[in-house]
Design a protein around this ligand. Sequence first.
Ligand code: SF4
Length: 328
Amino acid sequence: MATIGIPRALAYYQYYPMWRTFFEKLGSEVVTSPPTTQKMLADGAGRVVADTCLPAKVYLGHVISLADKCDYMFIPVIRSVKRKAYNCAKFLGLPDMTRAVVPECPPILEIDFDVNKGANTIYKLIYEIAKPFSKNKSHVKQAAMSAWETHLHYRQLMVNEKLTPPQALGLLYENERPDLTEDNRVTIGLIGHHYLLYDELVNQRLIPRLKTAGCRIVTPEMADAEKLEAATQRLAKRPYWTWEEEVIGAGGYYLENENVDGIIGVAAFGCGPDSLMMDSVHREATRLRNTPFMNLTLEEHTAEAGIITRLEAFLDMIFRKQRRLTCA
Ligand code: SF4
């Protein structure tokens, strides 16, 4: 039985259940890397030039940690999942970058996913990537259909039960019921890409810190996809970037819904797409809605003390505003 490695980074929190189901239905075993450690980050960062973005360095660290544990590494190129909206160059070059800087990586299973090329091309690519495991087209089709159903179930679970991706994965694979009891003073909308919001090393345990401080958290995955799309249309007209809904859509949606008391935008240092998207939400929040907004920019040297200080100052401002409104 072949073992497929899936790094716990970049698109992992979006698609892991779908990918895992696909390969397992084809008779393979799937292994993932553990949550990011400082060593993984240092290993990944050590293979590329300094100005490569933090999530790409983290991804390479995960590949390195999995390299001797699998027969194949699954590294898809997620070019476009929505018509005429594209991913950044890091995503497009991921398999090539990995081959160039991680020579110990086992053979890479890559699929260039681009909805603009039409359904037939995607079907052909799915049969192609399944070839090492099955040449039976109906078997591959069944595996792909199960994978898609799993994906829809995963997305719906997060929306219906207001779960973050790690909570939904815990429920799906470890039967861990998250503690959803609420005793919160304020609601904070967290916006940003999944690989920044849910990697606790990269963001210095942002979500647990907010919860300990008495905040209820709402994240992009907890909102219905159609509502995020509508909010993206309103703020940005036509989305240009893949996953623009996680930033502009979620920001626009939560500024109008869920009575959020503040928005925290999480971005990676040096990321062009994120800087433009965050700015749109920032302007909408502060000038038009009078909602506090904080932009948290992460890089590998981000210090824990710096994050704590900024969070405390931001929450203090929100708590004081709340007290003022209560007394008025
Ligand atoms: S969108 Fe930005 S942070 Fe994400 S992979 Fe691309 S450059 Fe890096």
